[in-house]
Ligand binder design. Structure first.
Ligand SMILES: Cc1ncc(C[n+]2csc(CCOP(=O)(O)OP(=O)(O)O)c2C)c(N)n1
Length: 321
């Protein structure tokens, strides 16, 4: 096995954290605890976990609406994430931003704009800051976007500019094959989004988005080049959205049996098998880890529920004229 046990345990912890958080979000949303609506990232975790396993201090992350748990990968605590999610004053935006706006600039988590693809220009801005830092640093920006978003103009402008200026950006397409109800096979001009990298003279690679180690390996080699100053790269993680676009979406536009087939390619189950087969963890340790994370999430939810909601006066905090 080419990986250390320590590395694999950490990778599993991150993957399990992401999975259990996304599932918990679905559960508490159904109980009416989260205002607004959520986009569950169950099934998309390996794309975020595998790429961010290459991350180091000083890097920036621009996530999407799909994996709220990415905030945890950036180093945020469950308490802070859940307070914002539940609309409570302990959240980073006093509970007024909610699920789409979990931000922690100190940890490099730049947040999500809500206007798809426009995050790409902001990612380039962060990369420009890195490029102009003295003494030089080898940090990078991880920019995530979906397959639907991959066809929007700002993504292409940003890829071109990043390539011209050799900006340290890893463009990551979380290709879960749907943009709301539009299949990628209908709305995206190419079977693999990664081939679009050629138009900008940057490397482009497709990874198996249901295999966290494949994503990690492909990200690692691209990230090495970016940190070495070679400019941006595009990584596509090919996967399938397990749930609806939002909770409540009945997915009448697709065949449930196809979804079930993809769900058998479960990234968490795959990694658990590797851990057990290579004597990295036992089934008992895996079960204990699951229980531990579940307990942490329940405690953070209880803490957030006990917090007050923002007041009318709070509306005027952080407001500039
Ligand atoms: C510019 C813009 N157009 C439309 C929307 C509405 N919208 C929100 S999510 C979404 C689908 C995005 O699909 P994709 O990029 O594949 O990401 P996924 O939801 O599959 O993760 C759309 C159209 C938006 N937020 N911004």
């Amino acid at each position: 096995m080419q990986y250390s046990k320590e590395f694999l345990r950490k990778l599993y912890k991150d993957l399990l954290d992401a999975r259990l958080f996304e599932q918990k979000m679905v559960d508490i949303y159904a109980l009416g605890k989260i205002p607004g609506h959520i986009h569950s990232g169950v099934g998309d975790e390996a794309c975020f976990v595998g790429t961010l396993a290459t991350r180091k201090e000083g890097d920036y992350i621009k996530p999407t609406h799909r994996l709220t748990g990415a905030a945890r990968l950036a180093g945020m605590e469950w308490n802070d994430i859940l307070a914002e999610l539940l609309g409570k004053v302990g959240g980073n935006a006093l509970g007024m931003g909610g699920v789409l706006h979990i931000v922690d600039l100190d940890k490099g988590l730049l947040g999500f704009s809500g206007t798809l693809a426009c995050d790409a220009g902001i990612a380039n801005g962060a990369a420009l800051k890195i490029q102009n830092t003295e003494p030089p640093v080898d940090n990078i920006v991880y920019l995530f976007f979906g397959d639907g978003t991959s066809s929007r103009g700002p993504i292409h402008e940003a890829m071109n500019m990043a390539a011209v200026w050799k900006l340290p950006v890893l463009f990551i397409c979380d290709n879960n094959q749907f943009a709301i109800s539009t299949p990628a096979s209908y709305g995206v001009s190419v079977p693999n989004v990664s081939v679009r990298a050629a138009a900008y003279g940057m490397p482009g690679v497709t990874a198996d988005g249901s295999d966290v180690l494949d994503v990690y390996e492909k990200a690692r080699s691209l990230v090495e080049g970016i940190r070495a100053g070679n400019g941006p790269a595009l990584l596509e993680c090919k996967n399938y959205r397990w749930r609806g676009h939002f909770e409540g979406d009945q997915c009448k536009y697709r065949d449930a049996s196809v979804t079930e087939e993809w769900m058998k390619k479960d990234s968490v189950a795959k990694l658990e098998k590797i851990l057990i087969d290579n004597d990295v963890m036992t089934q008992d340790e895996i079960d204990a880890q699951r229980q531990k994370v579940d307990g942490e999430l329940e405690a953070a939810i209880a803490l957030a529920e006990a917090m007050p909601e923002p007041t009318v006066e709070d509306l005027y905090r952080n407001l500039y004229v």
